[in-house]
Structures are given as structure tokens and as C-alpha cells.
Design a protein around this ligand. Sequence first.
Ligand code: FEO
Length: 388
Amino acid sequence: MSFEIIPNVYSVGVKHPELTKFDIVVPTPGTTYNAYLVIGEKIALIDTVGDKFFPEFLANIQSIIDPSKIDYIITQHSEPDHSGALKQLLKVAPNALVLLSKPGSMFIRQQLNEEFPHRIVTDQETLDLGGKTLRFITAPFLHWADVLFTYIEEDQVLFSCDAFATHYPEWDQLKTPLEPDFSLYYQAIMSPFAPHIQKAVAKVIDLPIKIIGPTHGPILTDHPKDYILRYKEMSQPKKVSPYVVVAYASAYGYTKALANSIIDELRPHIEVKVFDIENDLRSEIVESINNAQAVFLGSPTFNQDAIEPMWYLMASLSAIINRGKVAAAFGSYGWSGEAVELISQRLKGLKFNVLPGVRAQFSPTLEDLAKAQELARLFLEKIKPSEG
Ligand code: FEO
């Protein structure tokens, strides 16, 4: 499906409502891969889609123009969900010159495994399409090295690549509950790159902007600058007093009893934020963990595994942000008890400094509860200022 956003600017992207996990691990209710046609005297296509969506994508373009008339393909970002269809597109758009950043040119060559007609563009460079002037704005590391924004000066439309995007299978902002998916997307994909987000936001915050066209989800037509301000706020360095996160789920209160032992031991010494991983907003838990001094994660064992919400939570944590932080797992089990070890392994993979976890078979005994207290004390020992 294609549609006109404003005169001579079209959406030609595709929907992918069946997607349940993005980049293999990030849970999503589906998404879209957005691409845009900008028609002046010359024609520019901004981004493509994943290669398997090429037939639908091509039909969308053909519903508006003959693809052989495309003069420029602007590859804002070389992740294959946006660049995957480029190879096939170049065959039907033989007159197109690919415009992209320097790192993007290297990545695209490695994806195509052949030379391709291209030109590297630089920050603030403009391109006159005849009636539409495109300004390129480099925004590296949002969330790859090669990100470009593209701004139509006459129409005040900002194409923002993966920034200000939402994994949600809808283009109409007014039909979409943007939260919690907008924040979850930020936390899962963008938050490790906060200093780069601050730089990119500074480049666009003073531009007049009527519409933001990201590469996923709704096109932001209603108060688009609010979303830039939201990124500005979310990426600000947080000045918070030290605290610890204890996040867990408990089916019968046994894992909860271990959690309470840890919490009671910690609370006289440090603030503790407690989360229910089944019912509390994942984006809030992730943001709290990102700013915490340590995290204790609790899960019962279910079918020889940690429970699903725990895996979703850990899939949303970033090694870049949390590297070196103290973490530990705890949980009750019936007869096999794998959850604690599996959570510990994942935390190690995320580069946390993982303390030995605590398990209890069914209802924790006084000895089990003492082990949980000991775990908390071990953490407190680690953060105690050294004497002398
Ligand atoms: Fe949507 Fe980074 O690709």
C-alpha cells in the first residue's frame, strides 16, 4: 500500500504485523519498514525495505512512478531491514545513484558484494531535486555507525531513520497507542547510545518540523517535536542517588520470600526499587536497571527454565550500559531448579559482575532466607567505601 503524506511525498513502505521479535530478541507487536518517495523535478527514494518484502515494495513504488525514473536512492542506514531490497531495486532503477554516508558505503558494499553507483554525502549537504531541497544531517550511532537524517526544507519534513520510531504495525499516528512501544523501542534500541542521541537532537531541535518520518511505525504528524523532546529527556545523563533494583515474579510466594529477605537486608543501607516483572512496564524496569547500582533478578523454575517475562526483560538489557554492574539471580523451584543458573549465565553474557545466585526448593527454609540475606550483604560489602 502506498499513500500521499503531503503533496509529492509518499509512503511506499510495507507492514510486518506478524513480527513478534525484532533483531531476534526485542519483543514487538509487529512493525513497519518505512520508505518514502520525494518527487521534485528529480525523484528521490528514501530507504528501501527488507529483501523479502521487495515485490510489495516495488508494487507500492509502481503505483506512483515508474521505478526507472528514480534518480536517487538515499540509504540512511545500512541495516538490512532498510537496505535489504536495494540490490533488487537497483536492477529496476538503473538510473539511480545511491546517496549515503561514508560508513554506510562500506557496509552496503559488503552487503551487495559488488560495486554500486553511489556518492557519499556529508553533514548539512543539500540536494536540489527541483522544487524540493533535501538536507542531509549525519546522526552517527543511532544505533549504527552510518545513520543519516534527511530534511525537506520546503515542507519541513524530517526523515529520521530509526530515531523516533516505534515498532508498531501502523502508519497513522492518530490510530496508534504509541506508548509503551515508543519508550520500549528507545530503551531496547537507542538507550545505549545516549551521548550520540544528545548530539543528534541538538542538530534538529531548532529546525521547523511539521512531520517526522521514521523508518518504523507511525509517521509523526501530531506534535512531532514532542518526540524529539522525549528523546532529549530520556537521553539526559541521570543524576540519581544510588539505588538497587530487585525485579522478580513469584507464583506461590516462595520466590517472593527470597526477594523480601534480600530487600530487608538492603533497605537500611541503600534505596531499593522493587518490580513485578509480570505486571510492571518493562520499559520502566529497564530504565531503572540502567540507572541502578545493582540488580537482583528472581524467577521460579518453570519447565526447566526461567519464566518468559524474565527472558523478555533480560533481552531488553544492554551490555553497553550495564557492563560491570553487580547482579545476582534468585528463585524457588520444585525439583530441577535451572532458572537461577540460566539467569546468571545471561547476566554474565551481558557483562554484569555476577554474584553466586540463591535457590530454594519449594518454600525457603530459614537457611535459604539466610543465604539470600548473605547475598545482599555480599553486595553491600562491595559498595562499602574502603577505609583508610
Ligand atoms: Fe530499523 Fe537499525 O534498522
